[in-house]
Write a protein that binds this ligand. Structure first.
Ligand code: DGL
Length: 270
C-alpha cells in the first residue's frame, strides 16, 4: 500500500517528513531526480519528460499514487500529465492546490465560484521556472478575487541549499525578499512555493518581518493526502517497503540528505 513521492532532488524530503508524521502506517517510496536537478532553470517540455519518467519509475515500485513534492514539476507538468498521460487507474497529485485552498480558506473539493478572501496582498517565492508558469496565479484565480500576487523568482537558493551552503542561501533569501518588497512593500502573506525553502524558512520570516504570515507546504500537503486516501483508499498501491531512490550518485545524495535533514537518510540507486 505504498505511495510515491517525487522531487527533482532532496527538497521534497521536507514534504516526505510531514507525510510520514501524518500517515505513519503508509510506506513511502521517495525518488529524487538528482541527476537532472535543478529543474527550476529547465523549460516546460524538459520538466514534463523528466517528471513522467520519474513517475513511471515510482509506478514500478507499486505506487499507484504519486505526489509531486516539487512545485516546479507540479507547476510546469502536472496539468499536462493529468490531461494527456496519466492512465485512469493511477493518480498524480501536486503541492499547489492544498496551499491555495489554505490561503483562500476553502475545504477540499469546494468548487464554488471565486470569492473575496481576507488576504489581499500575497508574495510568492519560487524557482524561476515555477514563477514563469504563472500556475499559482491561475489556480488562485479559480478560487479568489481581488488578490494581488507579486512573484519573486529566487534564483540560486536551491543550488546553495543543495550545495549545503547555508550562509549563501540565507544571503540570497534576504536579497530576494528585499527585491520583492521594492515592488510590494507590505505583503500580508508569503508563500514559500518551493520544497527546499522550509530549510531557510526562518530567514524568509526574519527578512519579511512580523505581521507577514508565512505559508509553507509540507503540513498542508500531508493533511490533503490523508483526506484523499480516506476518500480513495484504492489508490494505495501494492508496494510494501519504504525506500529512498535517486537517479544521482547514491552515496553523495545520502550524505547531502543527511546534512539537509539533520538525520540519517540512506538513498539507493533508482
Ligand atoms: N524543490 C523544487 C520545487 O519545489 C525545486 C528544485 C529545483 O529547482 O529542482 O520547486
Amino acid at each position: 500500500m505504498a505511495v510515491g513521492v517525487f522531487d527533482s532532488g532532496i527538497g521534497g524530503l521536507t514534504v516526505l517528513d510531514a507525510l510520514k508524521r501524518r500517515l505513519p502506517e503508509v510506506p513511502f517510496v521517495y525518488l529524487g531526480d538528482n541527476a537532472h536537478a535543478p529543474y527550476g532553470v529547465r523549460n516546460a517540455d524538459d520538466i514534463f519528460n523528466l517528471t513522467c519518467a520519474a513517475t513511471e519509475r515510482l509506478w514500478d515500485e507499486g505506487c499507484d499514487l504519486v505526489v509531486l513534492a516539487c512545485n516546479t514539476a507540479a507547476a510546469a507538468a502536472l496539468h499536462r500529465m493529468q490531461a494527456t498521460w496519466v492512465p485512469r487507474h493511477k493518480r498524480v497529485l501536486g503541492v499547489f492546490v492544498p496551499l491555495i485552498e489554505a490561503l483562500t480558506e476553502r475545504q477540499w473539493g469546494d468548487n464554488s465560484p471565486p470569492r473575496e478572501v481576507a488576504v489581499k496582498h500575497v508574495a510568492l517565492f519560487a524557482t524561476p521556472a515555477t514563477v514563469a508558469t504563472r500556475a499559482f496565479q491561475r489556480e488562485l484565480a479559480f478560487r479568489a478575487i481581488g488578490v494581488d500576487v507579486e512573484a519573486q523568482p529566487c534564483g540560486g537558493v536551491v543550488d546553495a541549499i543543495e550545495q549545503g551552503d547555508e550562509i549563501l542561501a540565507e544571503a540570497l533569501v534576504r536579497s530576494h525578499v528585499e527585491a520583492l518588497k521594492r515592488r510590494m512593500p507590505h505583503p500580508q502573506a508569503a508563500v514559500l512555493g518551493c520544497t527546499h525553502y522550509p530549510l531557510v524558512e526562518k530567514s524568509f520570516a526574519e527578512a519579511l518581518g512580523p505581521g507577514v504570515k508565512v505559508y509553507s507546504q509540507a503540513n498542508l500537503v500531508a493533511e490533503s493526502l490523508a483526506d484523499y486516501l480516506t476518500r480513495r483508499p484504492e489508490f494505495l498501491g501494492s508496494g510494501t517497503e519504504s525506500k529512498f531512490l535517486t537517479t544521482g550518485d547514491a552515496r553523495a545524495v545520502s550524505s547531502k540528505a543527511t546534512q539537509f535533514m539533520r538525520k540519517s537518510v540512506v538513498f539507493e540507486a533508482a
